[in-house]
Design a protein around this ligand. Sequence first.
Ligand code: APR
Length: 172
Amino acid sequence: MEAKTELTAWQGDITTLALDAIVNAANASLLGGGGVDGAIHRAAGPELLTECRTLNGCRVGEAKLTAGYQLPARHVIHTVGPIWQGGAQGEAELLAACYRNSLALAARHGLASIAFPAISCGVYGYPATEASDIAVGTVRQWLAQEPHTLRRVLLVAFDDAMADRYRRLLAG
Ligand code: APR
């Protein structure tokens, strides 16, 4: 019987988590930015950008893995969320792909723990309610259907409202 994977909400700064991987809400260049991308690059140090330069960017919905360098996390999984354009440009499917492809990449590397920020919910303007539904639904379905080594998956909220949303959805 496969041991259950713990899927929980956690509120705070994702760069402080000592897990196998933390996910970065990056942009297609993978050359850093503001928000959680900026926080992760600041905490990881300049070697992260050096490795990112070798990756030749990342398409929306895709995910790429690097080391964590000075972060407590062993790896960073960089994914690029969709920019919200009103909901009729395939944003929901692209956001779901960010979660699925990040989980698949973690599984390919045999990782046991991973934390996601609220991808696209900041600069990219994705409405938090829809985005949290997609995050919980996509992660739950993937964990139930795919072979993997993940034992802990954290959905990281940076504010109370998002933490409450995740907790309500996870209790459901
Ligand atoms: N820890 C956890 N969550 C964080 C942190 C942090 N240190 N900093 C910000 N967040 C949260 C934000 O509150 C938001 O809910 O991460 C979520 C994603 O917001 P952004 O970081 O703005 O990412 P996103 O909306 O996906 O936009 C990506 O912003 O920083 C640039 O280079 C990045 O161009 C890309 C774009």
